[in-house]
Design a protein around this ligand. Sequence first.
Ligand code: HEC
Length: 269
Amino acid sequence: MMSILIAGIVVLFLTLPTHAAEMPSPDALTARMGTAPQVIRVHEPHLSVGGRKVAIEYLGYPAGEVLSKILGTDWRGRAGAVEFRALDGYVSRIDTARFGPGHAWLVFARRDGTVFTVDNLGQNQLGVPLGPYYLVWDNITRAELFAEGASHWPYQVVEISLFDGSDAALRPDGLDGDHGAAIDLVKTNCLSCHKVNGYGGEKFEDNLAALAKARNRADFLAWLLAPSRLKPGTTMPPLAPLRAEAERERMAGAIYEYLEAVPVVDPGS
Ligand code: HEC
């Protein structure tokens, strides 16, 4: 009787919906998932530069299933985005709608057992540790994801949480015109590191809307397209390096026009 009661409490505890959770260790996660880790083969965006596609096989679980186990099975209905927090405080906020079945995986090892690191060629960092968890996307089955590069691939993930706040800060009163497409570009390519009016990653204090207004268009575009040409060794990645040059310039231009237009609500945020 007592053991049934305890088992019931344990089950209740494991499935209770929660808003934020630290990731368990890979061993503990494997125990909770109840199945062996699976192999996922991806074109590793950090290594796939200069027109090459480098395939790597990782071990882990489908991200949607991990989120269901850790945050509760109704997580999709409870938030517009999922946040992945890294060891250094880097926060990657990814729209819930992107997590279709089998699209994303949380991995914790390479299949071949070699060291769980990657060379981040776009950001001039070699041997970057990926653990405890790395979010990867099946960009082989869904080849259209390959062109997005590494923008939704946070590594060193230690905590996941649901973000149900709104992105209204990106569309404050006084913003004229339709910048929807540019706002999506900024969310995908910039806001894991930077903020606009307080909305975005925790890595930098400065408001991108204010930074853009302090620069002219040509300088701003030159910086986005090739940061390391202007500042060798910088860890800011070039904008969408896997896309064609004309497309990159168009994207950078749209981002600049939006950042120019968006009112600075609070320069310090
Ligand atoms: C992976 C993190 C990361 C992403 C993504 C990122 N940046 Fe940056 N950004 C940085 C870092 C790091 C610096 C500081 C550069 C340095 O000092 O090396 C920086 C600096 C800047 C600066 C200031 C440059 C200066 O002159 O001081 C601007 C403007 C900027 N980023 C705009 C953007 C825009 C726009 C995007 C999206 C297209 C973007 N960044 C994406 C990391 C990032």
